[in-house]
Design a protein around this ligand. Sequence first.
Ligand code: SF4
Length: 214
Amino acid sequence: MRKKERKDLALKTWDLLSEAFPDASCSLDVDRPERLAVRGILSAQCTDVRVNITAAELFEKYPLMSDIDALSEEALQQIIKPCGLYKMKAKSIKTFANLYCREWGGKVPDDVRKLMKCPGVGKKIANLIVGEVYGIPAVVVDTHCKRVMYRIGITDNTDPLKVEKDITDVFPKECWISLGHKAVELGRTFCSSRAPSCDTCPLGEICNKRIKVK
Ligand code: SF4
């Protein structure tokens, strides 16, 4: 598909997604920026519901990043265990708390590259943070977003970084932050990975319906 066609498809996609999911928003709790970052680290291969529950327990006991910085890795592991991959995540959260307290002056950076210095913070989470916290245009390409953008025909790629590039090439900047959330809603409601409901899907008329993901 030529770029002009993709751009047209992107605009139609945006209109239909906006109509179907006008209130789509981040499903991780967003209170303080540093807490969102910790939730982002916890979210790898875990549901947002579980992350919100576990993070609430963590922050009730240890409300400040300095508390987490002072906490032993083992104690942190015990609290975050329900989110899975807890050893790796505890290491990442400890590093984040350390950077936040000692290198970043108690402020979450508004710079994707700086954020990605922390293990466990990849492009997806860094984009989520700069978008939600600072309103900087960035697309969060998670597994739902990747799948629906491929099926619709916006991208021919499945690598998240390439998908992000394809999306940002054709969608206007003003859409980027909300687009990721709307795509997740579409993926959760109509365009599930195993059984997409194309007959009732609000994008049915414009979608290329490429169900077989490469
Ligand atoms: S029409 Fe089908 S493949 Fe396309 S977005 Fe909707 S559910 Fe997914």
